[in-house]
Design a protein around this ligand. Structure first.
Ligand code: ATP
Ligand code: MG
Length: 229
């Protein structure tokens, strides 16, 4: 299988005044197409930092990141933006939905960067909202939706541009068991059907049964890379 993520000697230091936090310490990691991987680790172990760098939203202090066989050039902001919108979907812990837009408008946002016309954007977004079970909520704004429903809007937005790689930071934090199960089933189905590679951070034990591979961060060090399939 094709390698989707290759991380070599990746370190991230945060400097604040006289204090330096070594959030990631020379991480090496390979993830292949179609893997379904969880990053596990205590609070502060570096999970979000690693996801943000792999997602090209933050840059490393040292080391290299290769995505889809291409070395990431962290200095070229416009090509990174294009790369992200073509290949990656993100789900953030706090959903990051725009509160003044409806579910449908939120989901359509990533498609504004594509060649699709407004009708195609609308149709595609409705199709994905149907998939996550929100057919009858497309005109609701985030404040009019439950936490689980908002999360599903965020999932639909992440998947609407048919990404090859989905990155999710604690996607099931704050979700009840039924919403958690639904979310995992949608992701599993995409993983199976289109070979979507999924990498997410979580310390949610309810997810264990869905996960193929768990990697563990401990104080910025990768202490377990799980088994490569
Ligand atoms: N922007 C920043 N500036 C300074 N320090 C930071 C910054 N972002 C993260 N850190 C520090 O880096 C370390 C790793 O943080 P990170 O958010 O990656 O942890 P995490 O594993 O995602 O934790 P949690 O489970 O609580 O979300 C922490 O010690 C944190 O305080
Ligand atoms: Mg985090």
């Amino acid at each position: 299988m094709e390698t989707v993520i290759r991380v070599k000697g990746l370190s991230k230091d945060f400097v604040q005044g006289s204090q330096t936090i070594n959030a990631l310490k020379s991480i090496n990691l390979t993830i292949k197409q179609g893997e379904f991987v969880a990053i596990n680790g205590y609070s502060g172990s570096g999970k979000s930092t690693l996801l943000n760098i792999i997602g090209t939203l933050d840059k490393p202090s040292a080391g290299e990141v290769e995505l889809f066989g291409q070395q990431v050039n962290f200095t070229n902001a416009s090509s990174l933006q294009e790369f992200r919108s073509e290949k990656m979907g993100f789900i953030f812990q706090n959903f990051n939905l725009n509160p003044v837009l409806t579910a449908l408008e939120n989901v359509q946002m990533p498609l504004l960067l594509t060649d699709l016309n407004s009708r195609q954007r609308r149709e595609k977004s409705i199709e994905v909202l149907n998939k996550v079970g929100l057919t009858d909520r497309i005109n609701h704004k985030p404040g009019q939706l439950s936490g689980g429903q908002q999360q599903r809007v965020a999932v639909a937005r992440a998947l609407v541009s048919d990404p090859l790689l989905l990155l999710a930071d604690e996607p099931t934090a704050n979700l009840d068991s039924e919403s958690t199960k639904q979310l995992m089933l949608v992701l599993k189905e995409m993983n199976k059907q289109s070979g979507l590679t999924v990498l997410f951070s979580s310390h949610d034990e309810r997810l264990l049964k869905y996960i193929q591979r768990t990697i563990t961060l401990n104080d910025g060090l990768l202490t377990d890379t799980g088994s490569c399939l």
